[in-house]
Ligand binder design. Structure first.
Ligand SMILES: O=C(O)CCC(=O)C(=O)O
Ligand SMILES: [Fe+2]
Length: 324
């Protein structure tokens, strides 16, 4: 299957894949990561857990409404990712986990729906969260290498210092379900409106035969196909995208690319599930220019310094239809 995106193998971390990652981040803002640490069995278990949760009745799910830290359940039509053109919220539902201690992956958010409290499920959620955090830090380290961040200011650990394992942040693990078009209104082909993500980077699992993610590249919408890993037993390459904070931090060098979800015609009669990890800088981190010679050459400068949380609050206020 042809794909507009590069696959970067991160089974070892070196200058070579650091450059490849930066190149993809600058040109497309999206890429696939292979050579990660997730087995296909593990990711299948996660999707099974997600579908078991969404089968629960609405009253049970609505006992955990999304809060001001972006944690909890979002009902159909509650989030509107493209408020400029949408008249109704996205036809999807979601559950967000947050308030992690990434030393272990422990989820401090409480209460959680009972299904997520069951030992085996909690273990799976926490090991997944820890691995996704570690993966995001590895990616940010590669970017720091390629951006040649000043060693006196933090060097390869510059991003780690702003995404500490137990600092307050809005980093979120999200289960998403987009119901099939036949079970909803066929006049709603767009399942998630066009938007850019708000944080640093986003990591996404999508399943075979449940594609639907599209990117706006070269003035047209391009589907992101499912591709298998080249490593036996491993989950498909994880889709990674650059989000707004990282674009802001690099004075626009890294692209926070517009994307949306629209079912291809072959899959409209099936529900689609995706699992997303939104990485955000710690709440009080100021979005100042990265101390990189590559960034300081940019014409575009940052004119207003804001914190990570201030930026996120602004975006949430614009996109949640009710509550939050
Ligand atoms: O479900 C997907 O494939 C993408 C979801 C997404 O872009 C988002 O929630 O920000
Ligand atoms: Fe997104």
């Amino acid at each position: 299957m042809s794909t507009p995106l590069k696959v970067v193998d991160i089974s070892t971390l070196n200058q070579g894949n650091a450059k490849e990652l930066l190149d993809a981040a600058v040109t497309q803002g999206f890429l696939y990561i292979d050579g990660h640490d997730f087995s296909s069995v593990e990711v299948e278990q996660l999707f099974n857990l997600s579908s078991e949760f969404f089968k629960l009745d609405t009253d049970t799910k609505e006992k955990f409404p999304i809060d001001s830290n972006d944690r909890g359940y979002t009902a159909y039509h509650q989030e509107m990712l493209d408020p400029d053109t949408q008249v109704k919220g996205d036809p999807k539902e979601a559950f967000n986990f947050g308030d992690f201690d990434f030393h272990t992956g422990k989820i401090r958010q409480s209460p959680l729906p009972e299904i997520f409290e069951e030992n085996e499920n909690r273990r799976l959620l926490e090991s997944t969260s820890k691995k996704l955090y570690d993966l995001s830090i590895a990616l940010l380290k590669l970017l720091a290498m390629a951006l040649e961040i000043d060693p006196a200011k933090g060097g390869h650990d510059w991003f780690l210092q702003r995404h500490l394992p137990d600092e307050e942040s809005i980093t979120t693990l999200r289960f998403l379900r987009y119901p099939s078009v036949s079970s909803l209104d066929a006049n709603e082909p767009i399942r998630a409106g066009a938007h850019t993500d708000y944080g640093t980077v986003t990591l996404l699992f999508q399943q075979e035969n449940q594609e639907g993610l599209e990117l706006y590249l070269k003035n047209q919408w391009q589907p992101v196909p499912y591709i298998p890993s080249k490593y036996p037993g491993k989950a498909a390459p994880i889709i990674v995208n650059i989000a707004d904070q990282l674009s802001y931090w690099t004075c626009g060098l890294l692209k926070s690319t517009m994307h949306r979800v629209k079912f291809p015609s072959s899959t409209v009669s099936k529900d689609r599930y995706s699992i997303v990890f939104f990485v955000n800088a710690d709440n009080n981190v100021v979005l100042e220019p990265i101390p990189s010679p590559i960034v300081s050459q940019r014409d575009r400068k940052i004119t207003k310094l804001i914190t990570s949380k201030e930026y996120l609050d602004k975006r949430f206020a614009a996109t949640y239809v009710k509550g939050h």
